[in-house]
Every structure is written in structure tokens, then in C-alpha cells.
Design a protein around this ligand. Structure first.
Ligand SMILES: Nc1ncnc2c1ncn2[C@@H]1O[C@H](COP(=O)(O)OP(=O)(O)OP(=O)(O)O)[C@@H](O)[C@H]1O
Length: 540
């Protein structure tokens, strides 16, 4: 018996069971092992998931049990993630890359009843007193965890009990709580329901034409999770998933070539590493789709990756957030033909509606027509559709601040700004919290930065504001390409670029920074809050 029956609505773990029945011998996972890559078939993964589900339920982890899941993308991660879905528990996923203090805060807030992790996570739990109230501990990974039930033992117990009998999710409990990376304040736990997760997976499948037969090189664990449900072979390269910007390009190339990867997902930092660092002469002829999100993906980064691929292959840059993904998407075929005047994130994806509204402090209850900005103007992005998550876990104030009704349906404020062009494409204008409010009016981060990024010696820039609220002095913090400095000549050239564009005319203060700080998860979002404090110190 599997977790789905003809009457039951589909679930992610049910989709895995279907793929295992249809193509039992196909590879579900290709993972780095001690002697090269290790393969796990769909049948073997499904067998382990079903047994682990039985063992988890016997250990007391069942419908609605909040369960911290701190396992990197090794085989046990896929087994546990799908087994937790099958027992209708609520996996709580926190990225350890966000820092141990923040992990502690997230876990304290979600208060999981069960703790599932690799040895390192259990050690951190003991030393840092994470989840003191969790009463079930499960050890995953190759290293035994003293005092915790081992996953192997749970699987033996589950297998002894026979096929897992489906259980129902308690009404109203989410299927998972996924924490944001906290680029703009404390990370928040996003509640996802089964239908929202399915909608996300289905959109990713349909947008990029993915499915059985595809081999997905997944450098980003949340994306890797959908692979088995979509019937793809998921390849995890040898890399530290908490430090994507440190990935060794030659290893990615080797993994893609050896496995015949057809699709790759990587944050903009991973694409940048690959494009700049792939060994000379690298060709990746099987790779048809490269998908990147989490922060703007500069056109040069896309071009360098495309240069490794065969004609017809594309880089896609979906736009979305932990709370709603994907919202919009654009492929390089279309994007690279558009005027180079900012970061285009494409048209809303099917089933998702986007409104651009006048920025407003405080909650908005209802999206009324008077809130829309005029065509072409920058507004706050509001989205509605099946991928929109309904709430933040245990944070009613954050939920009230981010959710609203739109013609009676749930909608989410992305905390981002964008404008739309006449063809309905969205142009990303940075985050609401990164607007620099000067005496002469608001300056939007990304559009201003893109003007200065045109200088050939500049790697990237960040716009920050220094001084009192409402009368901030705009400062462009500049990271130069290797071998270049912000000399007086370059500074004059940058000021000339700024003076030439209405959006950047008031930017005259420039500071050089050796390496802009970025977020821990994607290593791609510039930490403008930290840079603002740094710039204030430099100018004091
Ligand atoms: N294709 C893209 N282009 C530009 N920016 C993007 C793109 N995709 C995502 N983003 C940015 O990433 C944000 C979503 O990031 P994520 O869900 O990881 O949480 P976070 O914003 O880092 O955390 P927090 O909400 O706690 O500050 C979006 O709101 C947007 O600002």
C-alpha cells in the first residue's frame, strides 16, 4: 500500500511512491560517497521512506508532530523529509548557515517536539540547549548519535511492521515550516500546506518542462527536495551546502558531466563561480536548463554560464520567496534581448497574480483599487495564487503585516519593489526596507546600483543611506573587480554615470569595500543593513 489511493488528493510523498512504482530501477539520487558517486533507485528510496515512516510513527512522531530536521542533503535527508511528510508530521527546516544563535532562536520559536539531525546537529543541540522540550531524538547520517534513536533502527522497526498504512493530517496543520534566511530582520517560520507545496512543485515542473528522465544537479537543498516527487534523478555535488559561494567549479563540472545533468539549480553566487571558474574548454552539452534565484542574477553571469552550454540551453531566473515561490520567471532567450536597464524577473507564472501597490507602512487588510500604482511606476509587490503560504508560524503580528485579502482571496506582500513594463514583465527594484529616503525623494536600491554596475571595472555596488531618517545621504558602496581600485579617475567616471541618469543623479558619495557582505544561504543577497552601519562609520 502506498500513501496515496485513487480517492486521496496527491501528496509529495505519494508522487514519490508513484514514480517508484512506474520506474523502480531508475536512479532517484546520485550522491557523493567515499568512492565516487552513490546511486539510490526510486524503489530503494521509496522502500526506505515507507519503512522510516513506520518507525517514526512507532516512536511517536506522527500527524502534526513538529519535528526539527537538521540534516544536510545526504541520502538520509531525502528519506527523512519524505517519511516525515508521509506520517503527516511537520518538518521544521532551519538552515544552519544562518548562524547558531539564529538557529537557536528559530528552534525556540517553533518548539519542535522531535529533533532529527546528524551527529553535529545533536552535539550543537546538547551544547547550545536547542529544543530542550523535544522528547524524541533521531540520529541521521553515517556517525552514530549517542542517546538518539538511529534512523536505521527506525527503518528496521518500520519494515517489521509492514507497509505503512496512510494517516491523515490534522485539519489546519501545515505540511512543513520553512524558515526564511532573515535578510531583513529575524528569520521567520513560513507555514506551507500540502497543496501549496504541490503547487510549487507542479509549477517548477511545468515552467521548465521537468520530469522523469531529467537529471537535476541541485546545489541548493530546498530545490533538491522536489526532485524525487517530480521523478527526476537528483544529483547532489560534493560541496558545503552552507557555503555556496565557495563551491569548486571543476567539481560542479565533473558532477554535471558524469551524471549527464540536464538541469541545474544554483544561487547567483554558484552561477558566478561556475561561469568564471570552469576549466578552460569546458562544455556541458547535456545541460538544457540552469535555474537561479534568491537575488538578482546579473546578465554577465548568465552569459558566462551560457557560454559553457550548447545552443538552445537557457538560464532561467525565477523570482519568489520562501513565502511564495515561484511568482515570476524569465528565460535568458528573452531577457538578453531586452534593453539592459535593470533586473527583469519576467512575467507572473500561470495561476499567480501580481499587483504593484503604493508602499504603505503597517498592515493592509484589503487590496482596494486605489492602492495600485500608475502603470510603469515602482510599487510594492503583492501576490495571490496557490503558491502563497497562509501564515508565519507563531508570529501573528508578522502574519498580519504580510498578508491581506485581494478580492476575497489570500495575498502576500513580498516586501519587494518592482515596476511592470507594457508587456507585463516585472522589473525588480529591491526590497522595501532598502529604499534610501533622501530629502529629494526615495532612491530604490537595485535600479540605482544597476546604473553604476555598468562601469567595466566594477564587480557590484550597494546603495545605502547615512544620516537622519527622511534626510539620508545616499552612498554607493563599490566592490571592484580583481586588479582594479576605486581611483579618483574611476570615481569621476562613476559620478558621471550617476549624473547621467535621473534615478542616480543625487548619488555623489562613493566608498570602496573589498568584498560586500552577503546572506548566509545563497551568498548572493547583499547585506545592505550591515553596509549602512559600516558606511556611517567610514564617513564619521
Ligand atoms: N530572481 C530574483 N531576482 C532578484 N531578487 C530575488 C530573486 N529571487 C528572489 N529574490 C529576493 O529574495 C527574496 C526572498 O528571499 P528568502 O525567501 O530567502 O528570504 P529573505 O528575504 O532572505 O529573508 P527575510 O524575509 O527573513 O528577510 C525576495 O523577496 C527577493 O528580494
Amino acid at each position: 500500500m502506498t500513501a496515496t489511493s485513487p480517492q486521496a488528493p496527491p501528496t509529495l510523498d505519494g508522487l514519490l511512491a508513484e514514480h517508484a512504482a512506474a520506474r523502480p530501477g531508475a536512479d532517484a539520487l546520485v550522491l557523493p560517497g567515499p568512492l565516487g558517486f552513490r546511486r539510490v533507485t526510486f524503489a530503494a528510496l521509496e522502500r526506505r521512506v515507507d519503512a522510516a515512516a513506520g518507525g517514526l510513527l512507532a516512536a511517536g512522531v506522527g500527524p502534526g508532530t513538529r519535528t526539527a530536521l537538521l540534516v544536510p542533503p545526504v541520502a538520509d535527508f531525502f528519506v527523512l523529509a519524505y517519511a516525515l511528510l508521509r506520517v503527516r508530521a511537520v518538518p521544521v527546516v532551519v538552515d544552519p548557515g544562518i548562524g547558531l544563535d539564529r538557529v537557536r532562536a528559530c528552534l525556540g520559536e517553533a518548539a519542535p517536539e522531535a529533533f532529527v539531525g546528524v551527529a553535529k546537529a545533536h552535539l550543537a543541540r546538547r551544547v547550545l540547549r536547542w529544543c530542550p522540550d523535544a522528547w524524541v531524538a533521531v540520529g541521521a547520517g553515517p556517525v552514530p548519535v549517542p542517546g538518539a534513536l538511529s534512523l536505521r533502527r527506525l527503518e528496521r522497526e518500520g519494515a517489521r511492521r509492514g507497509p505503512f498504512a496512510p494517516v491523515a493530517r490534522p485539519t489546519g496543520t501545515p505540511a512543513a515550516i520553512l524558515f526564511t534566511s532573515g535578510s531583513t530582520g529575524p528569520p521567520k517560520g513560513v507555514e506551507h500546506h500540502e497543496d501549496g507545496l504541490l503547487a510549487q512543485a507542479g509549477l517548477v515542473r511545468d515552467l521548465y518542462g521537468l520530469g522523469p528522465g531529467d537529471v537535476s544537479l541541485a546545489t541548493f537543498p530546498p530545490f533538491a527536495l522536489f526532485g524525487p516527487a517530480l521523478g527526476m534523478t537528483t544529483v547532489v555535488p560534493r560541496m558545503d551546502p552552507t557555503k555556496p559561494a565557495k563551491v569548486v567549479p571543476a567539481r560542479l563540472v565533473r558532477a554535471a558531466r558524469r551524471t549527464g545533468a540536464t538541469v541545474m539549480f544554483g544561487s547567483p553566487a554558484v552561477l558566478d563561480r561556475l561561469g568564471r571558474g570552469a576549466p578552460a574548454g569546458t562544455r556541458l552539452p547535456t545541460l538544457r536548463q540552469v535555474i537561479s534565484a534568491g537575488a538578482p542574477v546579473p546578465r554577465d553571469v548568465q552569459r558566462r554560464v551560457l557560454a559553457l552550454l550548447d545552443p538552445g540551453a537557457q538560464v532561467h531566473t525565477p523570482y519568489g520567496a520562501t513565502e511564495a515561490l515561484p511568482v515570476a520567471s524569465v528565460g535568458s532567450d528573452e531577457l538578453l534581448d531586452l534593453p539592459d536597464d535593470g533586473i527583469c524577473v519576467g512575467r507572473p507564472v500561470p495561476g499567480v497574480d501580481v499587483a504593484l501597490v503604493r508602499p504603505t507602512d503597517g498592515p493592509i487588510e484589503e487590496l482596494t483599487p486605489d492602492r495600485h500604482v500608475a502603470p510603469g511606476e515602482v510599487g510594492e509587490v503583492v501576490v495571490r495564487g496557490p503558491v502563497v503560504s497562509p501564515a508565519y508560524a507563531d508570529r501573528p503580528a508578522a502574519t498580519a503585516a504580510a498578508k491581506l485579502r485581494w478580492d476575497g482571496s489570500l495575498a502576500h506582500r513580498m516586501g519587494d519593489l518592482a515596476s511592470a513594463d507594457a508587456a507585463g514583465r516585472l522589473w525588480f527594484a529591491g526590497r522595501v526596507s532598502h529604499v534610501v529616503h533622501t530629502a529629494g525623494g526615495p532612491l530604490h536600491s537595485v535600479p540605482c546600483e544597476e546604473v553604476l554596475n555598468r562601469h567595466p571595472a566594477v564587480r557590484r555596488t550597494a546603495l545605502v543611506g547615512v544620516g537622519p531618517d527622511g534626510d539620508r545621504r545616499p552612498v554607493a558602496v563599490v566592490e571592484m573587480l580583481p586588479g582594479h581600485r576605486l581611483t579618483p579617475v574611476v570615481a569621476d567616471e562613476l559620478r558621471a554615470l550617476a549624473a547621467d541618469d535621473a534615478r542616480t543623479r543625487s548619488i555623489t558619495t562613493l566608498l570602496e569595500h573589498p568584498g560586500l557582505p552577503v546572506d548566509p544561504r545563497h551568498n548572493s543577497k547583499i547585506d545592505r543593513e550591515a553596509l549602512g552601519r559600516w558606511a556611517a562609520g567610514e564617513l564619521a
